[in-house]
Structures are given as structure tokens and as C-alpha cells.
Design a protein around this ligand. Sequence first.
Ligand SMILES: Cc1cc2nc3c(=O)[nH]c(=O)nc-3n(C[C@H](O)[C@H](O)[C@H](O)COP(=O)(O)OP(=O)(O)OC[C@H]3O[C@@H](n4cnc5c(N)ncnc54)[C@H](O)[C@@H]3O)c2cc1C
Ligand code: SF4
Ligand code: SF4
Length: 404
Amino acid sequence: MLKIDIKKCTGCKICEKVCPFGAIVIVDKIAQMQDNCTLCGACVNTCPEVALSIERRKVSEKELMLFSGIFIWGEYEEKDEGLIPKKVVKELLSQGRKLADRLDQALAVVVLGDGRLTGLETLIANGADRVIRCKHKLLGRYTADSFTNVISAVISKEKPSIFLFGATPNGRELAPRVAARLHLGLTADCTGLDINEKGEMVQTRPAFGGNIMASIVSPYTRPQMATVRPNVFSFGELDNSRKGEIQDFYVVLSPASIRTKVVAIEKLRDEREVSIEDADIIVSAGRGCKKKENLKLIRELAEELGGVMAGSRSIVELDWIPHTRQVGQSGLTVGPQLYIAVGISGAIQHLVGMSSAKTIIAINKDPDAPIFKVADLGIVGDAIEILPVLIKELKKSQSPCSNS
Ligand SMILES: Cc1cc2nc3c(=O)[nH]c(=O)nc-3n(C[C@H](O)[C@H](O)[C@H](O)COP(=O)(O)OP(=O)(O)OC[C@H]3O[C@@H](n4cnc5c(N)ncnc54)[C@H](O)[C@@H]3O)c2cc1C
Ligand code: SF4
Ligand code: SF4
């Protein structure tokens, strides 16, 4: 329950303004909780006198059964063409649909934003039964405080059994805050989701530095919460015949509850800095590239193809590229249309980060290298001799004088 320390309360009314449910009122200069308090926690952090706290009791097994529905955070991103849902949202909707069908529950996507939110029907075509729209002028840009408050309020009111976030930079910041606010369990950075015979969500993720894959369940709290790595689940074509509902969630937010402000957004300086998670074409280097100077060939090939450069953990450890470019279990999971692995042996820890690529081309001088087992096309030979030939041929084919 929400506890109010009346000795500390000054009657300042801040809690009254931030409560999304009108569940706290000031009477005779003292805050008083009403019966409709959902324990969303939005008021607790904003009280300047630290007069509010929440005491949560253990939820019984019977009460856990009342939670129903799979919810996904519909994260949007600003692109030149406007605000659009991130690719990971489609991936989560595709996997969420399978889980929802297994549990015979509805699949909902929760979107937060200002008046610019569009394309909600697409989320239904991607698999959602419900779109829960949280619209407020203070939600125009992501801030941890405002989004934590609103998602906590949605969970407190709607009581879903599962809530999934993409393991994006914002998702990784937001999910633990919501989990801490509502005293829930959270499995971070999952690479697999399933349902067991008890109807619990089984969350798979690498553990102990990637040496084992752990299967985790949250039997005592609801919703079961997880962040999921982008590019681990595929998604199909839009199904525009799907029917679903778009529902508005009444949002109450006060500037007093938001401690950060977005001052400016700077675009990445250079196309080459595009995240490998979002790239459609990746040319990836391994230790077989022999020396750092040879990476200029990898970069040149990537540029010719309109892609980006990445690499194996070996070359990150050699300090040839930053960790943000590492593909694999302890790096990033990628899902490009084309992945060219140059001088990469194909260790299992590398393969788990790239095997969902649509087309894989491998260049390796060892015909027995494991990378050839996952490659659609293999070139056996010395990469340092092959790359200049490939680049030359590509340049020729793209030249205006080319006949092809
Ligand atoms: C817990 C854990 C987590 C890990 N996480 C990751 C991860 O996230 N990502 C990752 O990549 N690795 C990871 N690893 C390391 C992984 O096991 C491998 O050691 C690593 O992927 C090997 O990198 P590599 O293929 O570049 O190098 P190597 O294994 O040394 O392979 C080099 C390859 O280049 C070929 N070659 C050599 N010369 C040439 C040439 N001139 N032309 C063409 N081919 C040539 C060789 O035949 C060989 O196949 C992890 C390991 C552990 C234990
Ligand atoms: S914010 Fe704190 S001090 Fe102000 S009215 Fe509410 S409980 Fe009292
Ligand atoms: S916990 Fe949430 S619902 Fe309850 S009074 Fe505070 S803000 Fe309102």
C-alpha cells in the first residue's frame, strides 16, 4: 500500500498533480490516498519531502492468474521520413503473436508520444490485437522519467502477464526503471522467448560471460518482463486484413516529475557510424585479415556496397575496431540482408550474432573453416588478394562506362 508520512507532508500538492489516476488528494494540507490507487509509484519519486513510500505484499498464485495479455513497448524513432516504429518492435510483435496464441491471450503494443504519432494501423498489421496510445505533449521526446511513469501506470491499470521491451539503448534504460518501480523481475538482453507447460515465459539469455545459455522464469511477479536483443526474431509480411483496436490511455504528466530535458539531438557525423544493428549490408573482418592496415580494404568494400564495417571479437581485442562494431554473443546481434565474413573462422560465439543474416558470403583460406557451414556462398583463398579484385570488379560494374 501507499504510505504517507503525515509528519513530513507539507501539503505542496505535487503528488496530486502527477498522479495519473487522481488517487491522491490534499485535504487540510495533508495528502490522502484514495481507494483507486494502483500503486503505480509515479508520486513517490516526486515528493520533495520524501513523505511517500510503497509497501508491496507478495502476490498470491491466485492473483497472478488474473494478469493477462502480452504487452510490447512500441518504441518509435525519428527518421528523415518522420516518426516510425523501430525494427525491433516488428520483431517483438512477430514473436509476441506466437506467445499470445500459445497462451490464448491478446497481444497489445503500447505507444507513447505527442500528436505526431502515426502509422498505428501498421502495428495491427504486424500482429497486435490492441494498440494502447499514450498521447501527451511531454511525451514528444523520450525521457526516462516520463516514459517510466506512463508505462508503470499502464501496467498498474491493465495488468498484463508479460511486458517486452527491445534491448535498445532506451529500452535498456526504461525496463529496469519500470521493474524497480513496480518491484518486478526482469531478464535483460534475451535471445529467446518461449512458454513452458505451466504457462510461464521462459527467457533465454547468455550467462557467465556467454559460456552457458540460461533459461529464466519469473514465477512470483507479474508482468514477467524482459528486454530482447534486436535482430534475434524475424518478422513476416504485413497482414493488412488483420483487425484490432486503437485505444487511448488517459495520461497525466507534470513537468515536475521529469528531471531530464532533451536539449538537442545531433545526427551521427558519418554514415559509417550507422549502428551495425540497423545495417542492411555488413562487411565483417576477422583475425584472418592479418593486420589493422588491411581493414581499409574491408571499409572500401563496405562503402562500395553501401554498407558498414564490423568484426569478430578477436579484432576488437586487438583494438582494430571498437566494441560497438563487434558481432556475436558478447557483442551485437545483427540481421542484415548481406553479411560478408572475411577471415573469420565461424566460432559458435560469432555465429549466434549473425546467422539470421539473409545471405552470408564467407572468404577464408581454410576450406574446412566452420563459417562455410552457414555461408550461402564461399570463396576459398587469401582475403588480402581477393578483396582488391572484388572492389575493382564492383567499381567497374558501377562505372557509367560499364556495359553491364
Ligand atoms: C564467452 C565468449 C564470448 C565470445 N563472444 C564472441 C563474440 O561476441 N564475437 C566473436 O566474434 N567471438 C566471440 N568469442 C570468441 C570466439 O570464440 C572466437 O575466438 C572468435 O570469434 C574468433 O575470431 P576470428 O574468427 O576473427 O579469428 P580466428 O578464429 O583466429 O580465425 C581466423 C580465420 O581466418 C582465416 N584466415 C587466416 N588468414 C587468412 C587469409 N589470409 N585470408 C582468408 N582467411 C584467412 C583462418 O583460416 C581462420 O578461419 C567469444 C568467446 C567466448 C569464450
Ligand atoms: S508531494 Fe509530498 S509533501 Fe507534497 S503534498 Fe504530496 S506527500 Fe505531501
Ligand atoms: S501510487 Fe500512483 S496511483 Fe497511487 S497515488 Fe501515487 S501516483 Fe497515484
